[in-house]
Ligand binder design. Structure first.
Ligand code: GLV
Ligand code: GLV
Length: 324
């Protein structure tokens, strides 16, 4: 029997070709947007491998529906909070993911969020488009500047580090980089970043960049208490996962003018309803989860996901396996 794999979303052509060239594998690719859950539960029956995205929940129900022959789950993402890793561990199924290749693209976008929020880019674009562009005056549309500021990175992993490196020239020699997280990073010194506890980071940062993974420990770590501790001028940026923020509390903090500006590439839910209260605030700059969305990065992510998938169905070690 030829091994069967299901791919839950269309990939870029290079990645699809890589998969289709593996002739011993029977490939089905769902190309019609987000596969409905019921359809997914039907389609995974009997497959040896699943190539999924962060829009597909990989849980006990799905793994039960798949059957005992399943050999690998491969996600086209670096984050895998959508996957129940306990269930995979129990069944001895490896999880492939795509670390490293999206670091630059995501760090670039994090900088866009920082600058976009600080410099009121959302309001600027809207005023140009809707005819409310005011004449130049010394007080028109003024935001804040990064020179000499303290940047706090929550989670100094690959993306956090790349973000810090990018922001260094903006803050200049008198700026400061601090970070918090559950481990000391050996490379922190070389980028001039100092470890502090979470509370200190909240109190001292002018800019906060959230670049950590979503886990049971980090879920909703940004709640009302956390927002209250921040400077009232803070630029708060999340390019990691919406679930790290208790979003109702964020809206409350905004309603009480506790935050200077906010830049988000991730929200709860995604997509966000255009009527969501979060979008009523002029100082909130939201992008539609496009951190890794460059042609180069998505090609590499797709290729790695295919390589992980193929290694798994062939019973080989995955080139990029998540630590389960
Ligand atoms: C995107 O959010 C990813 O985890 O790759
Ligand atoms: C993600 O790859 C990270 O380590 O930040």
């Amino acid at each position: 029997r030829r091994p069967k794999v299901l791919v839950t979303q269309a990939l870029l052509p290079d990645s699809e070709k890589l998969l289709e060239n593996a002739e011993e594998v029977e490939v089905e690719i769902w190309k019609d947007g987000l596969i409905p859950r019921e359809e997914l539960l039907k389609k995974v029956k009997g497959v040896d491998g699943i190539l999924c995205t962060l829009s597909n929940k990989i849980d006990k129900e799905l793994l039960d529906a798949t059957g005992p022959q399943i050999k690998v789950v491969s996600t086209v993402s670096v984050g895998y909070d959508h996957v129940d890793v306990k269930e995979l561990r129990k069944r001895n199924i490896p999880l492939g993911y795509t670390p490293g290749v999206l670091t630059d693209a995501t760090a670039d976008l994090t900088v866009i969020l920082v600058l976009g929020a600080a410099r009121r880019i959302r309001e600027g674009i809207l005023s140009v488009l809707n005819g409310t562009w005011g004449i130049w005056t010394p007080t028109y549309m003024i935001g804040s500047q990064l020179s000499n500021k303290t940047v706090g990175i929550v989670g100094l992993g690959r993306i956090g580090k790349a973000t810090a490196i990018r922001l260094k020239p903006f803050i200049g020699a008198n700026g400061k980089i601090i970070y918090s997280g559950n481990s000391d990073k050996p490379y922190a010194g070389e980028i001039g970043a100092t470890k502090v506890d979470f509370d200190t980071l909240l109190r001292e940062s002018d800019v906060i960049c959230v670049t950590c993974a979503l886990t049971s420990q980090t879920k909703e770590m940004f709640d009302y208490d956390a927002f209250k501790k921040m400077k009232k001028s803070v630029v708060f940026v999340n390019s990691a996962r919406g679930g790290l923020v208790k979003q109702d509390d964020l809206v409350r903090a905004l309603s009480e003018s506790l935050l200077g500006s906010v830049g988000l590439d991730v929200t709860t839910p995604e997509p966000l309803d255009p009527q969501d209260p979060l979008l009523k605030y002029d100082n909130v700059f939201v992008l539609p989860h496009i951190g890794s969305a460059t042609y180069e990065t998505r090609t590499l992510m797709g290729n790695i996901a295919v390589e992980n998938l193929l290694a798994g169905v062939r019973g080989k070690p995955l080139p990029h396996a998540a630590q389960l």
